[in-house]
Design a protein around this ligand. Structure first.
Ligand code: NAD
Length: 297
């Protein structure tokens, strides 16, 4: 293996440390405690684990955590009323409605009911538009985490060829906007891309966000390229066990790449760290204070 391993676990701990420092300063100097409200509808097991983890990490960095757990049969009107209540609550600086929502609830309607200034997931249509036009936005957490890791490794990204595999609203598209904002030459590849291997071979930076286990082999990677693997896929392992792998075949890619994120322990831990960073940013903006540098796009 020749690649540098980009350790997302350690990086995320560093980000949480910076967030905790800013939170302490906001409390001491301004008497403000940043608050994050998380809304979970129903009992999706993966969402429950994720929400618990968010709540724990929110408290650990000194912020206030407000958890709202609603029954799976909660009506749209009830959920929208809660979102409105959180929009009005001055103790809440960030609002996150955990997705996916049960099928009878309109996700777009609910997300777009969140005050864009409190939309720490960056999914509100206003934030999508702001990011797309290069303006100050709340930026989706996973691509923000990828950008932070890339900037940390490369310094400047200007002029680099970047290929983003996947065009989802949550990862692929915002990732492409962020890379464009940092002056990369960006290609977005997707399920209909012709000759994906050739497209990936051009890239100095590859961001894989597909959801297909180990679909990018090492011989697609340009020697020395940086590989950011967003994919989280569970595959069968020995006996009746399972294990997590990314969208990139780690072993073969690590022999060619200059740097690569592992799965687990790469992009994954950065997502919640960036959620906390976004909450501090939202709190500073809401109070007309300087926002922490290094924690935004
Ligand atoms: P998605 O299903 O919304 O989008 C997948 C994209 O991959 C689509 O745009 C599709 O066009 C593209 N695609 C599908 N098959 C392809 C193929 N054969 N070749 C090229 N492109 C193809 O998924 P998503 O929400 O963007 O998530 C992608 C992966 O990232 C998943 O594994 C998900 O679990 C993971 N994820 C991780 C985090 C994290 O915190 N690390 C956060 C979000 C998503």
């Amino acid at each position: 293996m020749t690649a540098t391993i980009l350790d997302g676990k350690a990086f995320a701990a560093r980000i949480r440390g910076e967030v905790a420092t800013h939170v302490a300063r906001l409390k001491e100097e301004h008497g403000i405690t940043p608050g994050l409200a998380v809304v979970l509808v129903g009992e999706d097991p993966a969402s429950q684990v994720y929400v618990r983890s968010k709540g724990k990490q929110t408290v650990e960095v000194g912020m206030a955590s407000f958890e709202h757990r609603l029954d799976a049969d909660t009506s749209e009107a009830e959920l929208l009323a809660l979102v409105r209540q959180l929009n009005e609550d001055p103790a809440v600086h960030g609002i996150l409605v955990q997705l996916p929502l049960p099928g009878h609830l309109d996700e777009d309607l609910v997300i777009n009911a969140i005050d864009p200034a409190k939309d720490v997931d960056g999914f509100h249509i206003s934030n999508v538009g702001l990011l797309g036009t290069g303006q100050k936005a709340m930026v989706p957490c996973t691509p923000l985490g990828c950008l932070m890791m890339l900037r940390d490794h490369h310094g400047s990204l200007s002029g680099l060829d970047a290929v983003v595999i996947g065009r989802s609203n949550i990862v692929g598209k915002p990732m492409a906007s962020l890379l464009l904002g940092d002056s990369c030459t960006v290609t977005i590849a997707h399920s209909r891309t012709k000759d994906l291997a050739e497209v990936v071979r051009r890239a100095d930076i590859v961001v894989a966000a597909v959801g297909r286990p180990q679909m990018v082999p090492g011989d697609w990677i340009k020697p020395g390229a940086t590989v950011i693997d967003v994919g989280i896929n569970r595959i069968p392992a020995e006996g009746d066990k399972t294990r997590l792998v990314g969208d990139v075949d780690f072993d073969s890619a690590a022999d060619v790449a200059g740097a690569i994120t592992p799965v687990p322990g790469g992009v994954g831990p950065m997502t919640i760290a960036c959620l906390l960073a976004n909450t501090v940013t939202a709190c500073c903006r809401a109070n007309g204070l300087d926002e922490p540098s290094g924690l935004t796009a």
